[in-house]
Design a protein around this ligand. Structure first.
Ligand code: 13P
Length: 254
């Protein structure tokens, strides 16, 4: 099956509402560079979701960077899937390594989030990836396989028609370092085979798997030209509209 390419920007804790509006206006001026044959999303802080919803160029969907898996409840400071759905959010980043490392999120909690996101009809962008120590000990394939399996364990294949996985080696995030495209392809092909073994061939062939970690306009095509790499989850280089549009052009071979 041919999978659509997908460029997603994870803004992390950057941009006020005013700055987010400016990004949307600038990206709108480049909207002809966003080929309709690919998927696009930006994941701003929660505070900018409402403003962006109405001003993003058509074809650029909204993502959230996090969610709490519970329904309404006494969870001070948290946001539920229903609250995100109401704001027109399509995607939710789940299990980003910064959440795992800085906020102590474990595989079980991440699995609950994936399930809650799917149940609400939204699409999880499940992040997996090894740290430097694990890479140096040759554990990359095992680490990403374990993270993928645990996050999807309780979920029926039929519920996984819309799923995105992002392979983000922790050591490549914000560092300017990347694996080679061939190395990323090998890991992503392995993730796809793990999805196949656990959830069946149909899910494995439809799941979009992105590469993330120090992606920029100059290197994105090397990754997205690989057969199993369906796009990129981009931090720093997604913050400027021109850089976002340049990555879209490169990803789409234009
Ligand atoms: P950078 O693109 O800034 O390395 O961040 C990658 C990332 O963590 C996206 O989720």
């Amino acid at each position: 099956m041919t999978r659509r390419k997908f460029l997603a920007g994870n803004w992390k804790m950057y941009k006020t509402v005013a700055e987010a509006r400016q990004f949307a206006e600038q990206l709108s001026r480049r909207s002809t560079d966003l080929s309709v044959d690919a998927d696009y999303a930006v994941c701003p802080p929660f505070t900018a979701l409402q403003a962006l919803r109405v001003i993003l160029p058509s074809g650029v969907l909204l993502g959230a960077q996090n969610v709490h898996p519970g329904g309404n409840g006494a969870y001070t400071g948290e946001v539920s899937v229903d609250m995100l759905a109401e704001l027109g959010v399509h995607y939710v980043v789940v299990g980003h390594s910064e959440r795992r490392q800085l906020f102590g999120e474990g595989d079980e909690f991440i699995a609950q989030k994936v399930e809650a996101v799917l149940q609400a009809g939204l699409i999880p962008i499940l992040c997996v990836g090894e740290n430097l120590n694990q890479r140096e000990h040759g554990q990359t394939l095992q680490v990403v396989a374990n993270q993928t399996q645990t996050a999807l364990a309780g979920i029926a294949s039929t519920a996984l028609r819309a799923l995105v996985i992002a392979y983000e080696p922790v050591w490549a995030i914000g560092s300017g370092l990347t694996p080679t495209p061939a190395e990323a392809q090998q890991v992503i092909a392995h993730i796809r085979s793990v999805v196949g073994e656990n959830k069946g061939a149909a899910v494995a062939s439809s799941v979009q798997i992105l590469y993330g970690g120090s992606v920029k306009p100059g290197n994105i095509a090397g990754f997205t030209n690989q057969p199993d790499i369906d796009g990129a989850l981009v931090g720093g280089a997604s913050l400027a509209a021109d850089s976002f549009a340049d990555m879209a052009l490169a990803m789409n071979g234009r």
